[in-house]
Structures are given as structure tokens and as C-alpha cells.
Write a protein that binds this ligand. Sequence first.
Ligand code: 5BU
Length: 471
Amino acid sequence: METELKELAISLFEINAVKFGYFVTKVGLKTPVYIDLRVIIAYPKIFSRLSNTLWKLSDNNQKIDQLCGVPYTALPIASLISVESNIPMVIRRKEAKSYGTKKMIEGEYKKGDNCVIIEDVITSGSSILETVKDLTQEGLNVTEALVIMDREQGGKKNIENAGIKVKSLYTLTKLMNYLFEADKITLETIENVTQYIKECSAPLITLNKESSHDRLKMNYASRSKFTMNQLAANLFELMEKKETNLCLAADMTKTNDIIELAELAGPHIVILKIHVDIIDDFYKEFPCTLKELALKHEFLIMEDRKFGDIGNTVALQYSKGLYKISEWADLVTVHPVSGPGVLDGVREALKSTSKDRGIFLITEMSSKGALTTGNYIKESLSLSAQSDLVVGHVCQSNIFNDLGLIQLTPGVKLETSTDNLGQQYNTPESVVNNGADIVVVGRGITEAPDQLKAILEYKTQLWTAYKKRIA
Ligand code: 5BU
């Protein structure tokens, strides 16, 4: 690989794909280095060798279903790799078609397909991020980006912040070192360019999966086609069908009380959320009884387990022990605090089941003084792009615009208030206006003198607020 890279670096220099000197870019910026890989199509041997070498960076352990070249320079490279590797390719349009289907992505693919992006040069990373946005919106799962040249101006970090792995054949520094060794450039050139890289870093860009659509303005049924997870799609459709976006937090300690309340609330909720570890009289068949009610009344069951350990422990906590949560809970909550391994742990535990399962990432908590702020929120949002297990985020405000993800918001009562242990309550209308797609209500219902009346009150207020929001 090393020899290959050295020889290719020299070839690229000789065909003027890389030039050093004084240049002014399209947007009027001065630069001591100019990279134009478009010229490679005029040199089939170099073109083919470069594409083959780039493909060697791909992850052999990962199933790859699709390739996507970022238009235009990387398109022929991706095509060549597609033909050689026999992996289908998709093409991202620069603009949506004005006739027929308004598809941004051409090709034959299905939701959940793993897709590798091919790109020639990264500067700020914005072209790749735009491509990720469109691919993700079509339900594709972008696993990594293979890049010929990283200009080391911050683009790699921007892309990695969005949860996408980046592998490059060359950094500018590495390329210059090869060329220096081959006596093609001087030390002075290297110093100039290095100084330039230091001074001209690209702005920080965050992946904004915003389309021209606003999440808050789109109805649930339409959003179901943007999901990466089947349960997220089911939830969107269920909400529209049952005309409810209420999740009941049945935080009770006796199984009979939970069953009774689930029977009462079943027709009016989309999720029944429990904390199985607070139940005093748990018995093995209890989850089956809940499951029967869930089927009868059409709601999903969430275990608010808040997993937050290393992947291996989470895999065990999820599938083993007294509760065997993975066998009955459609949805679980997960703290992203331990990093992406926690998602791998959940996936590991699901290897032996074919049931649909989903995760809500706890991105922002409702309690006073919660440490879920700033960068933590940003990192948690970027994790959802990495896994089709993620159904949405538990959060308090409108912090993402991915149409296929669900905002689940707890901390809701008819009046703004607090409890004496840090919980903070907002009203149904205000949380829906702040982006809540599904709203968690616990004590507002469980402690009400007339539970059914309370269920109906919350259901109506939440649905009315949603209808107003999308109007
Ligand atoms: P409450 O009785 O409406 O306060 O219950 C809220 C439920 O939501 C309860 O089960 C909490 O564990 C859960 N919750 C929360 O209140 N705030 C959060 O940030 C998260 C979960 Br995450």
C-alpha cells in the first residue's frame, strides 16, 4: 500500500491533479495548493489504480449494500469501484426533479441499506454532509466515507461529528511528504502549505438533516416514510390512526395496578412505559399479560431502563437476568454517556431475535440541573445517525429536525410545576409547541382522582396542540 501511495502521489503531481504555487479559488480565497482530481478521467491507468487503492480502505467486516459518489468528480470513481466490486451504486441528484417523483437519490435501494460514500477531496466536509443528509432521508444508513484527499482543514472532524467514519488515502501532509521524498517539491513549499492549513481551517458544520420540510409542520403519517426503524414508522402510523400522541408512564409497584391502568388507558395511548425494576410482585408471565393488552389495544411497550454501561454489560442487562427485557419490551431508553458501544450492546443482545426493537436515546433530561447540556446533546444527536435501532430522542426541546426521528418528552402536567425531587413539569401545549411528538405523562394520570378523565384530558389537549402545530 505504501509504495502504491507513493507512486500514485507522483502520478497525481505529474498530471497536475495537485499543484503548488499561488492560486485563487472559485470563492476568491488565496491558496498555495490546488487539487483538481477531475483531470484523472483523462488518464485511465491512473484513474483505475487510484480507484482500486481507494477501495482497499473499505471496511471488510461491514456489509455494504450501496455506493454513492459525491457529484461530480467522485462519480466516475464510484462507478468504477461499483463495477469492480459488484456493489450497486446510487446517485444523489444536485436538485430534485421538477417532474414525476421528487426523488433526490436515483438507483435501487431499500430502507436500512448500508451505504459507503466516495469523495475526492474534503475541505469543510459540507458536500459529504449534504450527501449524508439526502441518503439518510431516504432511509439509507451511511456507514463511512472513503476520500482520496483530506486537506486537513477541519472537514474530517465535521463529518465525524455527524457520526460518519472517514478514511482518506492522503492527508495534504502525507502527500507533500511523498512528493518531497521524490524531489518534486521543496521544504519551503511544505512550510507554506502547512502554515496555510493552520490558518485556514474550515468552519464547524453540524449535520442538519433538515429538508425543505419542517419537522414540526409535517403530520405523523407523512413522517413515517422517513424513518430508519420499523417501530418508528409503526408509531407514526399508530398515532395518526388512534389520534393520540400520549405515552402513559405507569410507575406503579404492583402488577395488578399496572394491568388495570393499561386496560383503562390502552385505547387512548401509543406507548405504555414502565420501570420493571420498581415492581414488588413481578412474575414471569407478567410481560405476557402486558403484551396481550398491547395487542388488544394497539400500543407499544417501553421499558424505561436507561441503559448506560459498556456494550457487553448492556447486552447482558438487556437480555438476561430476572426480567429478560429484550423478549418483551418493544422500546427501551438508553443513555449515550458510554458512547456508541452502548448501541452495539443492544444490537448484540438482539442477534438471536427477529423482533422489531427500538431505542430512545436520552439526549436531554427533564430534571432540574440535569447535566445533559451543550456538547453532550450534540454528540447524542449525532449518534442517532449511526444506528437504525434509534427511534428518536428523549428531550425537552426542538433540537433536531430529522423527519424520521421521534421527540419523546417527559415532565408534563396540566399546570407548570415541580415535584420536590427535581422533576420539572411543562404543560401539554407548550411541550408540543417545543417539538414533542410523543408526550410522557405519569403522575398527572396515575395520581388523578379519576384516572380515565385525566387520560382523556391529556389525550385531547395533546392531540389538539399537535393539530394546531401542523396546521
Ligand atoms: P411523571 O410522574 O410524569 O413525573 O413521570 C415521568 C416519567 O418519565 C418517569 O417514569 C420518569 O422516570 C421518566 N423520565 C422523566 O421524567 N424525565 C426524563 O428526563 C426521563 C425520563 Br429520560
